[in-house]
Design a protein around this ligand. Structure first.
Ligand SMILES: [Zn+2]
Length: 125
């Protein structure tokens, strides 16, 4: 994948993740709200639908949580596909290890070292 595509996919997944987190929070609130009813008035025939709603919400939440886990996994996969990101100075792929330590760095270690060394020397009086 190109750096641009990686970014696009990452943005989409990050957005989707935010949606799922919000959805899970909403479902958790709904479950909390319907739970006392289910427990306190259990045994009444008209509570059957309440129980069904409760189970439906729990199920929905579980599905969303599973999807969230998949998205998180995909996001970390993408984070490890960083060898596709190229140094802005020399155009060589940036080392995955380096991007693991410095996500979003525009330089490979050779250039960073060279430029860093230059800056360092420059700063010396
Ligand atoms: Zn470079």
């Amino acid at each position: 994948m190109t750096a641009q595509l990686v970014k696009q996919v990452k943005d989409t997944l990050t957005e989707k993740r935010a949606m799922l987190i919000a959805e899970i929070a909403d479902l958790a609130t709904s479950i909390d709200e319907c739970c006392p009813d289910v427990i306190s008035v259990g045994g009444f025939a008209d509570q059957a639908s309440q129980v069904e709603i409760h189970e439906y919400l729990i199920n929905r939440k579980r599905v969303s949580e599973e999807e969230l886990i998949r998205i998180e996994a995909r996001l970390s996969e993408i984070a490890s596909e960083v060898d596709e990101i190229h140094c802005v100075v020399c155009g060589k792929p940036i080392e995955p290890d380096r991007l693991g330590i410095l996500p979003g760095t525009p330089l490979d270690s050779a250039c960073a070292h060279r430029l860093g060394a230059n800056n360092h020397n420059h700063n010396h009086r």
